[in-house]
Design a protein around this ligand. Sequence first.
Ligand SMILES: Nc1ncnc2c1ncn2[C@@H]1O[C@H](COP(=O)(O)OP(=O)(O)OP(=O)(O)O)[C@@H](O)[C@H]1O
Ligand SMILES: [Mg+2]
Length: 265
Amino acid sequence: MIRAEHINVSFKKENQTKLFGTERQQVLHDVSFHVKEGECLGILGESGSGKSTLGRVLCGLLKPDCGNVYLAGEPCYKGRRKRKTVLSVVFQDYTTSANPRFTVRGLIAEGLRAREKREGLSLDREKETDDLLCLVGLDGSYKDRLPHELSGGQLQRVCIARALAVNPSVILFDEAISSLDAHTQVQIMDLLKKVQKEKKLTYIFITHDLTSVTYLCSHVLFLYQGQAAEIRSVDTIGEAVHPYARKLLHAIFDVESMGQEEMSN
Ligand SMILES: Nc1ncnc2c1ncn2[C@@H]1O[C@H](COP(=O)(O)OP(=O)(O)OP(=O)(O)O)[C@@H](O)[C@H]1O
Ligand SMILES: [Mg+2]
């Protein structure tokens, strides 16, 4: 469903002594991977390892220096053809990604309008909004609320409903649940699992939290200093061999086993 091939990204270095300095900082080094339909790939790495940069490349916001991304076989960075396969994004900072002057109805309408335009149809927006809110565990009574009248977890559910409104095949989550409390994180992850099954979605889940990867994802990519250090199925995560992966597993092992117990309770 999604294939990244030899992604390299560099940024111009700031604070260069020369006026027209051309020194560049390489942020992603030859990153390649693929995600099959219905899978969930966790991209795990420490702060500054290039996770969000890779996310921006995957969703078409940042052209890599070289390499390409293919969505259902279609290249993302070649001409400006309209893509048939749609990728939605949910960011960490739901408070700024939701326009504070829009009601929940207005926020979801943004996504529905995009879908109407792309698919050339006219939707019953009220019904679609009700259905989407129901899918994310909210009801129609939230439609007239403004973002500041919702809790963090509720607002993130609305952002997920908005991402679903465009009828995507892939959703990319960039630290989308990291700022929520542990209980709400589990609730949202359960919701994401349910929605993924119902809508046959493919997920890319960017995080620095190993526990949520083991809970939600089918595969994991360890991103270390801009390189895909290791990619493996979550079932065999314990057998990871890259030193960074091992370090992470060791550091989290105790908390991890506690977290799993809590989740199963
Ligand atoms: N637009 C940009 N211009 C210059 N440098 C950038 C730009 N975007 C990112 N970087 C640099 O690229 C590196 C990777 O940043 P990125 O945001 O991808 O990390 P991250 O893994 O998402 O970190 P975090 O977990 O803190 O979100 C950092 O050193 C950052 O300073
Ligand atoms: Mg980031």
